[in-house]
Design a protein around this ligand. Sequence first.
Ligand code: PMP
Length: 355
Amino acid sequence: MPSSPVPRLRADVSGLPRYTPGRVAPSDLVDKLSSNENPFAPLPSVIAALHGELERVNRYPDAANGALVTRLSGRLGVPPEHVVPGAGSLGVTADLLCAAVGEGDEVLFAWRSFEAYPRLVWAAGATPVQIPLRDERHDLDAMADALTERTRLVVVCNPNNPTGTAVRRGELERFLDRVPGDVPVVLDEAYREFVDDRDVPDGIALQRDRPNVVVLRTFSKAYGLARLRVGYAVAHPPVADALRACAVPFGVNGLAQAAALASLDAEPELLHRVETLVAERARVTRGLRAAGWSVPDSQANFVWLRLGTRTAAFADACLAAGVMVRPFGEEGVRITVGTPEQNDRLLKIAGDLRA
Ligand code: PMP
């Protein structure tokens, strides 16, 4: 047989770093505090909406996400044309990169931040420019200093994954004032609903008179729909139109649309759960500090321990005791806030391990 030619792909793709998701829990008995998921089971009303939708899986979903767009637009007080749902906020991020960047362009963001950013940027053919955190927080001055003519997109993850720290209104506004108006700035607010510091700005309010600012939100965390993959951008028309142009058609499936709508109907109940998690975050932070661990103030549904070379040993010891946390190299571990019982178990382990 003649040797067949190797399929020709983009030359820069073969070396791309792979996204490393949290490990799959080895059993249901393990408390999975490694993926920033919502620990509470879906509400019966959401499950009922999903059942209704199951009868229609032979049909394509609404490609325009009409009902969801109308609903979000009313809820957020923004025009419907500014709302663009996507397959999780990750899907929207990929669409935005597709719309905004290409070879030779730079995408600026803090590091460490959300794991997926570098990979998505490389996949879009652009170059990540990663500005180290300072004291576990975005160093917005250093980020502004790193802007170049090639910067085509900036991402501010607020609160930041995995450190949980949040940038405040004044510093963010000063930073946005330094970014040229033709450079889109993404405020990734995947954890917005967990913010209880009033000085942390609501991105939707901030972007109203800043046409280059794009806010990303998701149903994965506070609303507990991570497996269904639905998030959205709020953006001004040129960006929103470009997002719609670049999105894979039918990217948000019908189950996801129905569950997102049912979740908006059940918002008071879901936000009550968020309050529980925020109170638990404070308790977990206090408990860890009391045991000697150093924990930055978190505004998200997780806390961060910078453990350096002890990272893997800490994560392994937690797993051996039945709690899965998320190690990051030799930097630290991120621990998702779980149910009160799960958090009790985590605090017991961390207390036994001792700082
Ligand atoms: N942004 C940040 C900062 C995240 O931590 C995550 C999830 N880990 C996402 C986006 C992705 O969320 P989604 O499930 O909506 O794609």
